[in-house]
Ligand binder design. Structure first.
Ligand code: ZN
Length: 186
């Protein structure tokens, strides 16, 4: 689904543990993982594949060709995720989105967050995420609330195609974000 499709602007609904165990939901999760990997995304939310359910997948395998500076994130399937901001620290991230082809921009993300969610087997998780990884989790949970990264771009002059970002913005961003990764660990 691409920006402009109303499904991306809906608040997705929670799913029960019983519903999570059903074949259609498990098949949806498999489909989301497959689409995310095929598109080299760092994550995907269910409404991006047309389902307004609170399910999102995050994964950065090795060196991601779309985001080579991102630390690895093991495959994480989040059901009914909740994000709690841990402190006042923020950083300026540069993000893209599978639903917004060929556009990137700068926005502010919380540096340290706690994420609570159920995995695909219904097991509860409670994890702290920092830095770029925290940004990736915030991006996906935003999707479940109908929020896209462009909504959070404060300075529209930072918007760029991927090629233009590569030419004009990437080196400075990667240098800054590499230092951040070294400071916060991920
Ligand atoms: Zn996205």
């Amino acid at each position: 689904m691409l920006i402009g499709d109303p499904v991306l602007r809906e608040r997705s609904r929670e799913i029960s543990s019983d519903e999570l165990a059903t074949e259609p939901i498990q098949a949806l999760i498999d489909e989301m993982i497959s689409i995310k990997r095929h598109a080299n995304g760092a994550g995907i939310a269910a409404n991006q594949v047309g389902e307004t359910l609170r399910v999102a997948v995050v994964e950065v395998e090795g060196v991601n060709p779309r985001y080579p500076y991102k630390p690895e994130i093991p495959l994480t399937v989040m059901v009914n995720p909740k994000i709690e901001v841990l402190d006042e620290d923020v950083f300026v991230n540069n993000e893209g989105c599978l639903s917004i082809p060929n556009l990137r921009g700068d926005l502010t993300r919380h540096l340290n967050v706690r994420v609570k969610y159920l995995d695909r087997d219904g097991i509860e998780h409670d994890e702290v995420k920092r830095g770029l990884t925290a940004g990736t989790f915030q991006h996906e949970v935003d999707h479940l609330d109908g929020v896209l990264f462009v909504d959070r771009v404060e300075d529209p002059t930072t918007l760029a195609t991927w090629d233009e970002f590569e030419l004009h913005g990437k080196d400075e961003f990667v240098e800054r974000i590499t230092k951040l990764v070294e400071q916060v660990g991920s």
